[in-house]
Structures are given as C-alpha cells and as structure tokens.
Design a binder for this molecule. Sequence first.
Ligand code: GLU
Length: 432
Amino acid sequence: MTQPQPAHQPATILPFRPPVAGNNAWVDAGAYLERAASQIGLESEILLLLRSPFREMHVEVPVRLDNGKLAVFSGYRVQHNGARGPYKGGIRFHPDVDLDEIRALAALMTWKCALVDVPFGGAKGGVHCDPSTMSEGELNRLARRYMQNISHILGVTRDIPAPDMGTNAHTMAWMMDAYGSANGYTPGIVTGKPVELGGSYGRESATGRGAVIVLSELCRELGAAPADMRVVVQGYGNVGAWTARLAHEAGFKIVALGDVHGACYSDDGIDVPAVDAWLAEGNALSQFPGTEHVPPSEIVTLPCDVLVPAATGEVIHTGNVRGVRARIIVEAANHPITLAAEPVLAKHDVTVLPDILANAGGVIVSYFEWTQNIQQFRWPEERVNDELRTRMMAAYAAVREESAANSVTMREAAYAIALKRVAQAIRLRGFV
Ligand code: GLU
C-alpha cells in the first residue's frame, strides 16, 4: 500500500547564485548587505528577498562594424530592487563588464537611491566592449541595438537608464531615439541626455559636484582648510574631471590627476583649467608640462591627504592598500575599495566617504531630470545645484549621525540607513 502523500512537496530552494571565485564585486555586495542586516536586526525574510536581484537580463547585441564584419556583444540589464520606485541606474560600456559586476552595481544603486532619498529602486546595465576602439558609428549602432533588446523591461515608470563609464549624453541621445522610434517621444526613458534633448542643466557635473560637497563638509568638520588638503584624483573621465575642476574651484590643492596611462604629479599643485586646455589640444594627461609622470600602478599610493578614485572598481585592494597615504578617501567611483582592504584603512584611521554617498550626485540630478521631463518643464542650473546641495547635505548629516551614534564607519552607517528604508518600503507594500 502506498503511503499518503502530503498535498504539497516543498520546493527545493537552490541558492540563487553561488559565489564565483575570483570575482569579488558581487561577493562584496552580498557581504555589505549581510553586515548591514545584522547591524539593524533585519528580519530574515526581507534579507532573503534582497540577497538576489529581482530580474537579470542578458542580451546578444549584434553590430555591423565599419569593416563590414559582424560583431556580437554581450549586454546586460539587472534590476535589483524596486520597492521604493522605478529601477534606476547607468549603463556601462567597458571591457570589464560581466553579469557579476552589473549585479553588484545594481545593488549599489538600490542603496544609493534609498540613502539620498530619491524615489527609485536600483538597476544597472552594461555591454562588454571596448568603446575606446570603436568608431562613433559603431557606438551609435551598439547603443541602439542594446536599447532595442532591453526596451521591453524599461519604461518611464519601470526602469530608467543613465550614463556610466564609457557612455555619455550622446549615448543617451541615441538610446532615447531608439526607444522613441518604437514607443513615441519619451524623453524620461533615460537621464543624462544632452540639454538640447531634455537633459537637465547641471547633470554632467552633478556626480563631481556632489563628491566635492561632501568632501568640503568633512574638511570643515575636521577643521582642515581646503588649501592645506593635497588631493589626488585617479580617473579623468566625466566624474574625475568634474571632481577635480570643482575641488580646484573650492580651493583644494590638486597634486595629481591620473588616467589609465598614468598621472601628472606636482607637490606645488596643478592648475586644473590649464590641464583641460592641454587635453583639448589632444595631449596626454600624464605629460602635462611642469609635472612628474607617475605610472598608473602608483597613483593610489601617492603622498596626499585626499584620494579620489573616480574610475573603475576595486582599485584599492589588499595588494596596494598598505601603501595608501591619504587620510580621506572619496569614493567617486563605484566600489573602488575591496571589502578585504577596508579593515586596513580603518586600522590606519582613514576616513572613507562611501560610494553610495559620495557619488550620489549623479542620480540625484537624474531624478531632477526625470521629474522635469515628466512635467515638460526646465529648471535653471542654480536651482538644480541648490537642490543637489540640499540633498547631499541631508544624506551626509544622516550618515554622520548614524556613524557617531553606533560607532560604525560611514559605509556601515550609509548601508544601515539605506537598508532600513528599503526594508520599510518592502514591508509597507506587503508580500506573501
Ligand atoms: N551611473 C551613475 C551612478 O552610478 C548614475 C546613475 C543614474 O543617474 O541613474 O550613480
């Protein structure tokens, strides 16, 4: 006789994704979450929900190259959590892009949007390619095809991309155009667009401006005059260049500026507008006259007070962290410090302004751009910059308060605040 069977067999729950050896970004993202969850005493069911992204998409992106050959790129869009609003996050064109990295960056966007209290969830996208080797025509075709292939999970109230490494306002214009061809004029489908196409004044400089706002505030609290603070900026793309320009304008002493080819270094300080003029003539950053050339591997260990990693992730790791001489690190890049390197910095009393705070200026102004698009209205640049400052200062104050109250680092404080907000949104929505 057969035994009576229970009405329902419990499903076998497999871990969503086992950690992949050698790829740290997603492993680190998980560790930050677990740490914040135990810090705030998060209930296990919400933690379970947040451990994995809501949706991951991997698309094939075929592009006809200028030489007539067909190249097929891998494109991704990961939507991490949407409890607080539509998914939001940039699109990266870079040779390091893979699903793990995009997952980690999508999770960072969830925490970033919650921390600075913009009504968005977190997402990220990317295409595994090397844009520095591609023509404008090839990039145009790549952007359009990628957009077409992910467009059914996007929407002005669903998921709104923006620029990130290797993409810019021009890329967003192509993506908006590709989306509009199928769906009608929809400027709010991407942010970080050219101003002529509905972009916001102040969006291009916003990430750098936000980073300088929090750095200035920290220095004010420490009683450190900007002129006495020697700053090294690693990365001279949109974020690094604007951070350097605005820090220079705010009176900080910029002693080194670097990119993938190396840095120019001068203890006497570097005239950033003169560097921009030098670059505009087609010259190399690391060859800026009157400065010393520093190889790329030595940029993060240069003598300075403030180090601003403003390019790729994981540039400060266990292999070089002991050489870091800065007192303050401003994470203008996403995830520039590996989890394993953190304790070394803490031991040496290095204050880290964490990425989800320090580089949140970009998504804050993306939020302003989106609201302007929805209202078909435009704010003057002063209003954008004032409201950006208000939000950055509020987030900074909240992080400082949480950090002091619980004797935790600013990263731990930032994650705790963000996680509480996301968890509360999940609870209020209800889930079964
Ligand atoms: N890519 C930027 C970031 O990492 C901006 C994202 C956005 O504006 O949506 O924060």
